[in-house]
Design a protein around this ligand. Structure first.
Ligand code: MN
Length: 255
């Protein structure tokens, strides 16, 4: 175990208590539970947790319908087609797949990224949104950015500056810090072999034109501003805790 990393993560308020039980137990999945090759449809389109028009007027129903039912569904379909019959990587999870995907593996990189990124995006959106960050997220934001406003400013800036299609991210690094970064296309910070700033994403803004063009046309900044009023901070907190758990599992595995 990397002692310095463990100490940094244990220092996250409350996380020490959360991490401790994970140190001493397995991940609940025996190696035999993971098949050797991917089946025909290992991944599925997740349902939205709300109606297509629930985010309007910030994000309109037509955009949501196309984005979820066409764009995201397409990434899932093409990812499954690319994987079918090929060797399973790691623990068989999408996260594990993306952590090792190479820059030349276009089908998995683009469609696996597309599936992961959109699944996170729907999760961190909330009709009405705008509640404050939950306790542990708030503590890390204050430690690493000074305030929620400063973090939102950094995230919005990354979203606005991302050239062409891509995403802006808030991620937990393997050193235990929260960082903001931007990635092109469907890349994300899990893809250590493809991106400069690595980490486990806990919040992401899709800045592909398909995410906003029907409603905002060229006004990406207005869409980004609207997005920041819809953040489901409970979902971000859940992602943060999952990121810590993933980090501990990888430290234990020597990865
Ligand atoms: Mn999208």
């Amino acid at each position: 175990m990397d002692k310095r990393t463990f100490l940094k993560i244990s220092g996250i308020a409350g996380a020490g208590v959360l991490v401790a039980p994970w140190i001493g137990c397995g991940n609940g999945q025996s190696p035999e539970a993971t098949p050797s090759v991917w089946g025909d449809a290992p991944f599925a389109l997740p349902e939205l947790g709300f109606a297509l028009d629930a985010l309007a007027p910030a994000i309109d129903a037509e955009t949501m319908g196309l984005h979820h039912g066409k764009h995201h569904a397409g990434y899932v379909r093409k990812l499954n087609a690319a994987l079918a019959g090929t060797a399973v990587v790691g623990d068989g999870s999408l996260e594990g797949l993306l952590r090792q995907v190479g820059p030349e593996e276009d089908a998995v990189r683009n469609n696996g990224g597309g599936h992961f990124n959109h699944s996170l995006y729907w999760e961190v959106l909330q009709p009405g949104g705008g509640n404050a960050p939950a306790a542990r997220t708030q503590e890390l934001i204050d430690r690493d950015f000074g305030s929620t406003e400063a973090m939102i400013q950094a995230l919005s800036s990354a979203a606005s500056k991302q050239f062409g299609s891509g995403w802006a991210w808030l991620s937990l690094t393997d050193e235990g810090s929260l960082v903001v970064s931007g990635t092109p296309n469907q890349d994300n910070p899990l893809m250590a072999r493809c991106v400069e700033q690595t980490g486990t994403p806990i919040l992401g803004i899709d800045v592909w034109e398909h995410a906003y063009y029907l409603n905002y046309q060229n006004r990406r900044g207005d869409y980004v501003q609207a997005f920041t009023t819809l953040i489901n901070w409970d979902a971000v907190e859940a992602r943060l805790l999952m990121a810590v758990k993933s980090m501990v599992a990888r430290i234990k595995a020597g990865a």
